[in-house]
Design a protein around this ligand. Sequence first.
Ligand SMILES: NC(=O)c1ccc[n+]([C@@H]2O[C@H](COP(=O)([O-])OP(=O)(O)OC[C@H]3O[C@@H](n4cnc5c(N)ncnc54)[C@H](OP(=O)(O)O)[C@@H]3O)[C@@H](O)[C@H]2O)c1
Length: 268
Amino acid sequence: MDLKLKGRRALVTGSSSGIGEAIARMLAQEGCAVVVHGRNRERAGKIAAEIKAAGVAIGDLSTDDGAASVHAEARAALGGNIEILINNAGGSATGNSSRAPVEISADDWIKNYHANALAAVRLCRLAVPDMVAAKFGRVIQVSSAVAVQPNNMGADYSGAKAALNNFTVSLAGSLKGVGVTVNTLSPGVIMVDGMIRWGRHRYGDDQLSIEEITRRMAADKIFDLPPAGRLGTPEDLALVACMLASPLSGFITGANYRVDGGQIRSLN
Ligand SMILES: NC(=O)c1ccc[n+]([C@@H]2O[C@H](COP(=O)([O-])OP(=O)(O)OC[C@H]3O[C@@H](n4cnc5c(N)ncnc54)[C@H](OP(=O)(O)O)[C@@H]3O)[C@@H](O)[C@H]2O)c1
């Protein structure tokens, strides 16, 4: 199926690794001009060269200045406005998602709010007005399954992702009939390189396969294996991102797409 993505201009935040990298790769394969983003120019440049991206945009999206320079660099590399904005950058901003709610300081809540909610808000504020003027735009927010079904631990991260889901519905609702859609993509547990490295380290074997890491983590009750019978891959997310980015997806907005192998027990 031709998703009609050829020649569309896309910025994928946090595409120097993991889910963002897979989304950037698949959008580039579909013919988009893609800008790769991260905080490290060398890491982002390596991915950009591999996927023949239009360029890179570097900056910390936890700050207004960082987001403004990412937006400007992306626009310059694309030679025009951002038509597809994938707000994927994020993750635990404190590196500690195993604390009980009362152990998490207010400062750590704020760090996660900046990295996982306001990063997307900042870029939407910069990029959406151009989309509205051009009467076309696609915004895809990479949230998390824990936004709607939080764990007991890591409430600062899941709470920030819940705010992102909420913002998405407000933004979608405010953009009536202007050709701009806004949706959330909610991954379950996805085996990105960082997760594979963590698993190999935990079990003291740097050759351990993804299947074996998954089996041991499930046996250790780190998570329940979802109905799909495996954990996700970054490509599982990229597939849905490409569908939502397509000009053919104009009737899908304000939605939350779960890509979690059936992990979340919910009717929507
Ligand atoms: N993997 C999972 O199981 C899972 C599950 C649910 C949700 N998610 C969400 O999926 C998204 C991608 O995660 P991932 O697992 O693919 O992680 P990852 O491999 O660690 O990639 C994270 C990316 O985000 C960038 N980034 C993080 N914080 C940033 C900031 N403040 N400013 C600019 N860039 C920033 C990183 O850039 P640098 O290169 O500079 O570090 C990197 O490119 C995140 O939003 C995460 O919350 C992941």
